[in-house]
Write a protein that binds this ligand. Structure first.
Ligand code: SAM
Length: 274
């Protein structure tokens, strides 16, 4: 067993891992993820005591959000088989084991305490690198070789940054990676406000503040972060199970729900290379 002594924002990586694992353990799962199930069994941490039983709507929603990222990464790898996937705030994500194509390079960037835990649980293979660095420190970008194409993911990360930091991060990516793509998710403003007020509770667990919120209806504003943000594309979840699966398509066109829902978007950066 490996002890996980995390608190505050880094501890959120255990929450997302747990919900992915609980969802993956279902026979009718929307996101098979045996590595996540194995990880939860190997980590010495009171998951159920802290986060509850899981397995319901919350876990399925998590998995559907993650599936949006998997789809984007898989599509990128089809077009750039030897490209680089940069996972910002990767935590204990197991996406590599779900979508890797055997040829791409992967760079994982997270805070030092998280990287130290990840190194013990998921040591980097020959095409994987782990970097202990805040994503607000532009030095992480120096570690990326953009020659074969770059896809950057920020999955479950940006809500923990301040709005100015999110803007700077997008601008930095647009500047450093012409022709690249950033896939990111955002919680809506009402959700961010609840977290900032300390009102987001899941059993005994209280989520940390989420200073950055963005309503789905505002997503085109992301283009103002930098002139090289050429396109902001909505990545909509699909394939849900049960009532959620039946209601998901309605979320895209019911005006109020659609405007105030959580979002996953892909930002394409203009290719300004000669
Ligand atoms: C909710 S977890 C998401 C983890 C993973 N991406 C997933 O979806 O399961 C948020 C992650 O962002 C990381 N994080 C938060 N702020 C960060 C920062 N400034 N620099 C690097 N990582 C950060 C945390 O340590 C944590 O691993």
């Amino acid at each position: 067993m490996v002890a996980a002594d995390l608190a505050a924002v880094p501890e959120t990586a255990l929450w997302t891992l747990y919900h992915r694992a609980v969802e993956a353990a279902r026979p009718d799962t929307v996101l098979p993820d045996p590595k996540a199930v194995e990880l939860v069994e190997r980590i010495d941490y009171p998951f159920a005591e802290r986060f509850g039983g899981g397995g319901g709507l919350q876990s399925q929603l998590q998995a559907l959000r993650v599936a949006c990222f998997d789809r984007e990464v898989a599509d990128f790898l089809t077009r750039h088989p030897r490209g680089t996937v940069v996972c910002l705030g990767e935590g204990l994500e197991t996406q590599f084991w779900r979508v890797d194509n055997g040829r791409a390079d992967w760079l994982s960037v997270d805070l030092p305490e998280l990287v130290s835990l990840r190194e013990r649980l998921l040591p980097a293979g020959p095409r994987q690198r782990l970097l202990a660095c805040s994503v607000t420190d532009p030095r992480w970008a120096d570690e990326v070789d953009p020659a074969q194409g770059v896809l950057i993911t920020a999955q479950g990360l940006l809500m923990y940054l301040r709005p100015g930091e999110v803007r700077d991060l997008i601008a930095g990516c647009a500047e450093r990676f012409p022709g690249g793509t950033l896939v990111m998710d955002a919680v809506p403003r009402w959700f961010s406000a609840l977290a900032v007020q300390g009102k987001l509770r899941d059993h005994g667990y209280q989520a940390p503040p989420m200073p950055f919120g963005m309503d789905a209806a505002e997503r085109q504003k992301l283009r103002t972060a930098h002139p090289a943000v050429a396109e902001v594309r909505d990545v909509y979840p699909s394939g849900g199970r049960g009532l959620l699966g039946a209601l998901l398509p309605a979320g895209a066109w019911l005006p109020v729900v659609s405007a105030k829902r959580p979002s996953v978007v892909a930002l394409r950066f203009a290719d300004r290379r000669p």
